[in-house]
Design a protein around this ligand. Structure first.
Ligand code: HEC
Length: 129
């Protein structure tokens, strides 16, 4: 698995602008390396590839935990440990995570995570550690 946080840009940016001994062509607009770097920076941490499990566990305990408690046993939001949510169908639980619960503080996570990641989180919550 690739740790995207260690993806420091740089090595791609060191190509000379003119071929050795060749004609000098002034760069037109943004150079390719700077475009690539912009793409790296713009890529949301959680929005591509397969789920990054370390990152997702961190999200569950930090971000979900900010409301549901670090150990998920409740806070502003209710207890979401396996024994309290066992009645949930995994698909329904995934829907709750993706779309939130309207009219409550439970926010939709769709803008931040992929469906695949939500499925993983639902499964993680149902199984526990
Ligand atoms: C801003 C606070 C907040 C955050 C952040 C938050 N929740 Fe919630 N969540 C709530 C509240 C409040 C409820 C209860 C809504 C209600 O009254 O039905 C809730 C309800 C739920 C429920 C339904 C529980 C039940 O017994 O029906 C689940 C499951 C859940 N949240 C999972 C998550 C997950 C997973 C995350 C992180 C991806 C998350 N929540 C992040 C506030 C939050």
């Amino acid at each position: 698995m690739v740790n995207r946080r260690k993806n420091t840009p740089g090595t791609a940016g060191q190509r000379p602008t003119a071929p050795p001994g060749g004609r000098f062509t002034p760069p037109r607009g943004r150079s390719l390396p700077s475009v690539l770097m912009a793409m790296l920076i713009a890529t949301p941490a959680l929005a591509n590839d397969a789920p990054d499990l370390v990152e997702l566990k961190r999200l569950v305990h930090q971000d979900c935990g900010s409301c549901h408690g670090l150990t998920l046993k409740g806070g502003l939001g209710p207890d979401i440990r396996p024994q309290t949510i066992e009645h949930y169908d995994p698909d329904v639980l995934t829907g709750v995570i993706l779309d939130g619960i309207e009219g409550t503080a439970m926010p939709p996570w769709r803008p931040l995570i992929t469906e695949e990641e939500a499925i993983w989180i639902a499964d993680y919550l149902l199984k526990g550690e």
